[in-house]
Design a protein. Structure first.
Length: 273
């Protein structure tokens, strides 16, 4: 049997949870995240084209679902930290909320919209939050118990935090889903979650399909290329900052050897600044 495809690959993730016919699987995942029973769910029929796998248009591989005919839900898997995910997240939500009303209708017809983001990196803003799932609303600054409106809900799952905080989570069903997403090879024989078992069965089936493996590999190559670009940009930013610091220190007639020790730049680099 071929090795199971990586669930963190957003093509594979959408192939499991965004595929028409897999509504029961998606409803199971959503029930665990939203902590409520989701039974009436309709997936948006948005087929994945091969050219989409080599593109990064906003939300190109996200999953759109309708809950109870009046709640919009968008789910996305993101493994590359592009340093702007919070802004992108709000943009996704705003577009979904805007589309929930047709031209000529009253604002009262706007529908509740839920954005769910699963990321394979940690957010700087939540590094002190001791849980892997966070839920966000619009709250009053001095009265955080007061939520302005219930039409907006945002959920963020930070996969790297799972191992550290899963024992603190009371949501054991979600724990099982996240563990499966992080490592689909995990043994679920004793698992009572029938939707999770169906998800693994679908994953096993597509992992044996040569064309599916090709598409997943195509997307993985794009993801790795993007990550390399992001890492290169991040490294360049750090280098530029070090050069700027070295310039200021050099202008203060500080010893070049000391500047080198502080900035990690070579003495030759500092001399040429």
């Amino acid at each position: 049997m071929s090795k199971l495809l990586d669930m963190k690959n957003d093509y594979v993730f959408k192939r499991i949870f965004g595929h028409i016919g897999n509504e029961e699987i998606t409803a199971g995942l959503l029930s665990s995240i939203l902590d409520r029973n989701v039974s009436n769910l309709k997936l948006d029929n948005n087929p994945i084209l091969e050219k989409d796998l080599l593109d990064d248009k906003v939300g190109i591989l996200d999953i759109k679902a309708k809950i109870d005919n009046n709640i919009n839900c968008d789910i996305e898997m993101q493994v590359v930290d592009q340093k702007n995910i919070e802004k992108r997240l709000l943009y996704y939500w705003s577009k979904m909320y805007e589309k929930s009303i047709k031209s000529g209708k009253d604002y009262i017809d706007l529908e509740k919209s839920i954005e769910i983001l699963i990321i394979d990196f940690e957010l700087d803003r939540t590094n002190k939050v001791e849980k892997y799932l966070t839920k966000w609303h619009i709250r009053e600054e001095n009265y955080p118990q007061i939520i302005l409106t219930d039409v907006m809900e945002i959920y963020i799952i930070e996969l790297p935090k799972f191992k550290q905080y899963k024992e603190k989570s009371r949501n054991k069903i979600l724990n099982s889903w996240v563990e499966f997403i992080k490592n689909p090879e995990v043994n679920i024989m004793g698992e009572e979650n029938k939707e999770l078992k169906k998800a693994k069965k679908v994953l096993e089936e597509i992992s044996q399909d040569e064309h599916e493996r090709y598409l997943a590999k195509l997307r993985q190559k794009y993801i790795m290329d993007q990550k390399a670009i992001e890492d290169a940009g991040y490294d360049k930013g750090i280098k530029d900052e070090k050069i700027l610091i070295a310039k200021k220190m050099k202008s203060q007639k500080m010893d070049i050897k000391l500047i080198s020790e502080i900035t990690s730049l070579s003495e030759e680099e500092i001399k040429n600044i």
